[in-house]
Design a protein around this ligand. Structure first.
Ligand SMILES: NC(=O)C1=CN([C@@H]2O[C@H](COP(=O)(O)OP(=O)(O)OC[C@H]3O[C@@H](n4cnc5c(N)ncnc54)[C@H](O)[C@@H]3O)[C@@H](O)[C@H]2O)C=CC1
Ligand SMILES: O=C(O)/C=C/C=C(\O)C(=O)O
Length: 480
């Protein structure tokens, strides 16, 4: 299948007619083509967005909210179809696409359709000066949204929904590795009656299409999720133009387990936080730190549970771990496993490619547990972004905190304990944007989402997202 760009409400071939192949990860075969859009395509999209902006930004909240809610409804109506497409394009288990990815894409639209009706700006009475100040929150104009391949529709819509709901017009690019559900979303937006030019979806490679979006002088803000290296590159291009930037980047998140935790809940959740989506979620707890007292017991129980996970064809409803997203990514993840000893680790479980019957060329890997003894080793410092976790033990609270913070990343941390004082001490001192206590990935869309250190800048979610996609303008009136 050949997918198309969505520009000014029309489905279009790229201007230069160039296409790139799209692969199905479960089979390792080409199954479609996507536009390799040029800067001329991006220019066309920017012009359409600019033209749409004066009308869309002055459309009543009620009307905007109604259209955005309609998009949410249509996503839910087509849940099974979208989930099948997502699972095929990305390699993720169909069960995950059905219960997490697609419902969350609908929630993103529903949430921001409602949030704009509650979003307010400030006013300050300047007592004694006979003046009153009030602040307008105006949409920025044309904004760029660039998303990755791990949670394709989920993260694409996490950016687009707040951007359009609050009155901007968007030029968006999904990952070239997983373009399908973004294309299907363009059909849904059309059906929902989103006015032409409000959302423009341009497909293509990061280095050409993505970079043309970042470098375009008329695009006022960039919301990006992806690798830290790419985020730094984008910042270098955008900063001299003083664009607003929201960068949600990599993680090397500690999962800190104390002996006083609710053990069974911790164990089941740790399997999920380690291997959900083949470990390809920026929030996965890829460094497991366990209190020495329960370390040997944990190792035994964890390995037993992980050994029961079924690696298989993503469209099989009993599959727990599907295919990795691409051959290139499989090779990257494997290189950490193949060099585990040199990188300071000992493989306790997994580490091998899996050959799934009738899907022999797919990109399957066993869930892998590696024991390490030094947090400074490569395996504990670099984002692997696959079904690979490391485990190591600690003796004291101080040591656990020091290990948890001793990485360049600062996205999230998980803490397992029933001690309230410890919970508060860790919550205050962990150098991360998100701390989960006795849970993982429990999402309330009102909360600020993002990382510290090299995990990014800015926060998504709730009013933080609406603030990012608007410019505050203060009006000061003096009266007699
Ligand atoms: N934080 C996260 O959620 C994610 C982290 N990663 C990490 O990044 C590593 C590399 O994965 P990639 O697929 O290469 O991610 P990437 O960061 O290169 O890709 C993410 C998005 O950015 C676009 N992009 C790439 N270069 C660009 C540029 N110069 N200008 C504008 N847009 C650009 C891509 O086309 C894609 O849409 C992964 O192995 C993983 O460690 C990858 C995806 C998501
Ligand atoms: O917003 C969420 O719930 C999760 C976001 C996850 C990522 O940004 C990621 O894995 O890249």
């Amino acid at each position: 299948m050949k997918i198309k760009n969505y520009i000014n409400g029309k489905f279009e071939d790229p201007i230069h007619g160039a296409y790139i192949n799209n692969y199905i990860p479960s089979k390792g075969e080409i199954y479609g083509q996507i536009p390799n859009s040029s800067k001329e395509d991006v220019e066309k999209a920017v012009q359409a967005a600019e033209k749409a902006f004066p009308i869309w930004s002055n459309t009543t909240l009620e009307e905007r909210s109604k259209i955005v809610l309609k998009i949410a409804d249509l996503i839910l109506e087509k849940l099974d179809f979208l989930a099948a497409a997502e699972s095929k394009d990305n390699g993720k288990p169909i069960s995950l696409a059905k219960t997490v990815d697609i419902p969350r894409a609908a929630s993103n639209f529903r949430f921001f359709a409602n949030a704009i009706t509650q979003f307010a700006s400030e006013s300050h009475e300047s007592v004694g000066l006979n003046a009153v100040n009030f602040t307008l929150r105006q949409p920025l104009g044309v904004v760029g949204c660039i998303s990755p391949w791990n949670l394709p529709l989920y993260l694409f819509t996490w950016k687009i929904a707040p951007a359009i709901a609050v009155g901007n017009c968007v030029v968006a690019k999904p990952s070239e590795i997983t373009p399908m559900t973004a294309f299907l979303l363009s059909e849904i937006c059309d059906e929902a009656g989103l006015p032409k030019g409000v959302l423009n979806i341009v497909h293509g490679l990061g280095i050409s299409t993505g970079q043309a979006i970042v470098a375009h002088p008329k695009i006022k803000a960039i919301s990006f999720t992806g690798g830290t290296k790419t985020g730094a590159h984008i910042a270098r291009i955008a900063a001299p133009m003083f664009k607003k930037l929201s960068l949600e980047l990599g993680g090397k998140n500690p999962n800190i387990i104390f002996a006083d935790c609710d053990y069974e809940n911790m164990l089941a959740t740790t399997v999920r936080s380690s291997f959900a989506n083949q470990g390809q979620i920026c929030l996965c707890g890829s460094r497991i730190l366990v209190e020495e007292k329960i370390y040997e017991q944990f190792k035994k129980d964890f390995t037993k549970k992980v050994a029961n996970l079924k690696v298989g064809n993503p469209s099989d409803s009993t599959t727990n771990i599907g295919a990795l997203v691409s051959k290139q990514h499989l090779e990257k993840v494997k290189s950490y496993i193949d060099n585990a000893e040199e990188y300071g680790g000992k493989i306790l479980f997994g580490g091998k490619e899996v050959h799934v019957k009738n899907y022999e060329n797919g990109y399957y890997l066993q869930p892998t547990i590696i024991e390490v003894s030094d947090n400074n080793c490569k395996l504990n410092q670099e984002e692997i972004f696959g079904p690979v976790v490391t485990i190591m033990s600690f003796k004291t609270d101080e040591e656990a905190l020091q290990l948890a913070n001793d990485v360049k990343y600062g996205l999230s941390a998980t803490l397992w304990t029933n001690n309230l004082n410890r919970t508060m001490q860790f919550s205050k001192q962990l150098q991360t944007g998100i701390v989960w206590v006795n849970t993982w990935m429990l999402r309330d869309l009102r909360t600020p989402f993002g990382g510290a250190k090299e995990s990014g800048v800015g926060r998504e979610g709730g009013f933080e997202a609406l603030r990012f996609f608007t410019e505050p303008k203060n009006i000061c009136i003096e009266y007699e």
